[in-house]
Design a protein around this ligand. Sequence first.
Ligand SMILES: [Cu+2]
Length: 457
Amino acid sequence: MFNRRSLLGAASLAAVSKAAMAALPEPVIQTSPDTQAPLVPPTGRPYNPVVTLNGWTAPWRMNAGVKEFHLVAEPVVREMAPGFTAKLWGYNGQSPGPTIEVVEGDRVRIYVTNRLPEPTSMHWHGQRLPNGMDGVTGLTQPAIPPGKTWVYEFIARRPGTFMYHPHADEMVQMAMGMMGLWITHPKAKHPHIDEVDRDYAFLLNAYDIEPGSAVPRIMTMLDFNLWSWNSRIFPGIAPLVASQGDRVRIRVGNLTMTNHPMHIHGHEFTVTGTDGGPVPRTARWPEVTTDVAVGQMRQLEFTADEEGDWAFHCHKAHHTMNAMGHGVPTMLGVDASDLEGKIRKLVPGYMAMGQTGMHEMTEMSMPGPANTAPMMAGDGPFGAIGMGGMFSVLKVRRGLRRGDYADPGWFQHPPGTLAREVGDAPPAAVAPEASVSPGGVEVQVRKPGGHAGHEGH
Ligand SMILES: [Cu+2]
């Protein structure tokens, strides 16, 4: 045997390492924050691909039966909403990184290149794998130093919704946006996994970015000011489009520092899976809100049978807001007309607000610093929506083509189906003196100012 290096000499070293580098699958870089078309699997077992909201699925290379991916950890610029960009850390050009989408039983090899200024590692949240592939710095591997590429390899043993993120300086690296989704489709019909027509996925994340700035404050523990899905805030979050009657699955993972009760309008869903796997059918119940705790993943499924534009959002009111100062005093009912002038002597430009609530903020365009998202943004067909952050719209329309994810615009409500104004004064109230119960018995009703009525005779 001979040693290639000694035979060819030092001059060929560069060529050898270049050849070694060429063996890596080329990392696919994404610069657009738009939702990319689902990646129909070009090789391997077929499946119905997911749609990553404002994201994309990583293409892979088949190498002797192994699905090979290449993730590059690096600083990225993420447009969080039109007109507002953040300087984050992510993978392959974006935060979150690309969704890894494979099939149960696939052997998967993932190269991770570190182009950050500090060490990192990669943890495959929720996966069954050899301990040494678990990516916990110091526990199962040394950290990946800047400039180095490491490789992970394991079999995707169980179907479900998972994620990936660093297990090195987690506080900083996740506050900077380092995360991605991992979907493992079942290899055959599974008793607790239904086929769906539309399969959406996103991660809940949060940032603390001072208005006018672009870099997150990494020491923030709880008081984040940007609550995002896949590092996008409403109105920058794509709608979830469905054709009436479609079965829809929404996969949600939480990598923030608090829980998020996810709430849908006009429909009920069941939680069909967690990062622990599919939920047995006998253990499911209907909900319109489900809490997604920190570090959890939830699969929500429903039939999109009601036409319209339905809000889908986190139910924590502060999480449907964009950058705002929380130190604002409550001014409801306070006459501040005198106060404003006095404070202006001390604080030039001071503006009293909130004396009748904060709705005025939805239409006010205060000259904020450049690169700041409006606090309550997003225009709807009836005016300002008054929300930002963790909010989007489920758009259910008749007769959409399978695979058509284009925004269909605002819903045209059929005549007679809209809430409407009845005039300045309410119509004269007609207090029923008495009415007849379904059983034909006369029922007496309480009159204004009167005493309690009684039923029947
Ligand atoms: Cu929330």
